[in-house]
Design a protein around this ligand. Structure first.
Ligand SMILES: Cc1cc2nc3c(=O)[nH]c(=O)nc-3n(C[C@H](O)[C@H](O)[C@H](O)COP(=O)(O)OP(=O)(O)OC[C@H]3O[C@@H](n4cnc5c(N)ncnc54)[C@H](O)[C@@H]3O)c2cc1C
Length: 288
C-alpha cells in the first residue's frame, strides 16, 4: 500500500481548537508528518481526521525560563540542533540531533512528534530520559505534567490520551552538569543500532547524580536505572564509567535483527555508555 485511505483534514488555529477537534474518535495530530504519513500509506494508521498543528506558533519555542530549558512540542529537530541556549546547557541534545535522520527530516520532524511516535529506536526519548525531563500535556480540563520516564507505555504507545496534546518538554538545568550522546548506526542518517545518552552532575570529583538513557536496546522507559544507581556517590573516573557501562549492557534487553545480533548490541551499550559518561564528565562544569 502506498496510498492512505480517505481522511479528513483540519488545520488547528489554537491549542483550544486542536483539543476540541481531538475529542472526536479516530483523530490524530499531524505535526511534521514524517512518521504518521508513512504509517498511513502502509495502512498501519488509519485515522478518520487529521488535525494539523503546524499553525500553532505558540508551541514552537526553545527558551530558558525559571531554571528550566523549555522546548515546545512543535520545535523542529533543526531548531533544537541550532539552539544556542539548548547547546550551552545540554550538549546531549545537539549531539543527538546531529545524528537524527537527515537534514530534510530534521527540518520538518518535531520534538513532540518524535516523543509521541514512541518508536523504540527513537533518539530524543533516550536523551530526555537521561535529562529527567518532564512533559506538559494539554487536556480538555487544563494541563498535566508527566515525568518523561513515565511517558512511554510501550512501543508506539504513550500516556497522551484521546482529546489531549503534548505541548512542551521541560528540562531542569543544574550547575556542574555535563552531558553527551553517543550513537552507532549502520550508515549516516539511519536509526540507531544502539545509542546512549548521559547527563552527569559532578562535584569535587564525585558523581552526585547520573542520568543514563539508552535507545534501540529494549531498556525499560529508555533508562539504564541500575547503572545510574551504581554511579551515584562514586568517583567520576574511568573505572566507574567502565563498570557502569557493563551494568547497563547487562540490564538492557536487545533483540537480534537486521541491525545486528544481541551480543553485539550489548557490546555497543557498554562501549557507548562508557564513552558518553567520559564525555559528559569532561563537559561538567563548563555547562549550566
Ligand atoms: C527517513 C527517516 C529517518 C529517520 N531517522 C531517525 C533517527 O535516526 N532517529 C530518530 O530518533 N528518529 C528518526 N526518524 C523519525 C523522525 O525523527 C520522526 O519521524 C519525526 O521527528 C516525528 O516527528 P513528526 O513531527 O514528523 O511527527 P508526526 O509524523 O507528525 O507524528 C508522529 C506521531 O506523533 C503524534 N503527534 C505528533 N505531535 C503530537 C503532539 N504535539 N501531541 C500529541 N501527539 C502528537 C502523531 O499523531 C503521530 O501519532 C526518521 C524518520 C525518517 C522519515
Amino acid at each position: 500500500m502506498q496510498v492512505p485511505s480517505h481522511v479528513e483534514y483540519e488545520r488547528a488555529t489554537s491549542v483550544e481548537h486542536a483539543l476540541s477537534l481531538l475529542s472526536r474518535p479516530e483523530t490524530r495530530v499531524v505535526a511534521g508528518g514524517h512518521s504518521l504519513i508513512p504509517m498511513m500509506k502502509l495502512r498501519l494508521a488509519q485515522p478518520e481526521l487529521l488535525v494539523d498543528i503546524n499553525g500553532l506558533a505558540e508551541l514552537a519555542f526553545i527558551k530558558l525560563d525559571g531554571g528550566q530549558l523549555r522546548i515546545g512540542a512543535l520545535a523542529r529537530h533543526a531548531d533544537l540542533l541550532d539552539s544556542a541556549v539548548a547547546g550551552q546547557h545540554f550538549p546531549i541534545f545537539r549531539d543527538a540531533e546531529r545524528v537524527v535522520a537527515d537534514p530534510i527530516v530534521r527540518l520538518w520532524g518535531t520534538v513532540g512528534g518524535s516523543l509521541c511516535q514512541a518508536d523504540p529506536s527513537e533518539d530524543l526519548s533516550a536523551a530526555f530520559a537521561a535529562a529527567r525531563a518532564t512533559v506538559v500535556i494539554k487536556t480538555p480540563d487544563g494541563e498535566r505534567t508527566v515525568p518523561v520516564r513515565e511517558f512511554h507505555l510501550g512501543p508506539y504507545e504513550t500516556v497522551v490520551g484521546r482529546g489531549e496534546l503534548l505541548a512542551e518538554i521541560r528540562v531542569p538545568v543544574r550547575p556542574g552538569t555535563g552531558s553527551a550522546y553517543e550513537k552507532v548506526s549502520r550508515r549516516v542518517g539511519d536509526w540507531s543500532v544502539a545509542a546512549a545518552g548521559v547527563v552527569l552532575s559532578v562535584g569535587d570529583g564525585v558523581i552526585r547524580e547520573a542520568g543514563i538513557g539508552l535507545t534501540a536496546v529494549g531498556a525499560e522507559h529508555f533508562v539504564a536505572a541500575e547503572a545510574e544507581d551504581f554511579l551515584r556517590g562514586r568517583a567520576a573516573d574511568e573505572e566507574s564509567f567502565a563498570a557502569a557501562g557493563a551494568i547497563a549492557a547487562g540490564h538492557c534487553d536487545p533483540v537480534a535483527d537486521q541491525r545486528g545480533p544481541e551480543d553485539f548490541k550489548r557490546h555497543l551499550v557498554a562501549e557507548l555508555t562508557t564513552r558518553a559518561l567520559r564525555r559528559a564528565a569532561g563537559r561538567a562544569g563548563s555547562a549550566g
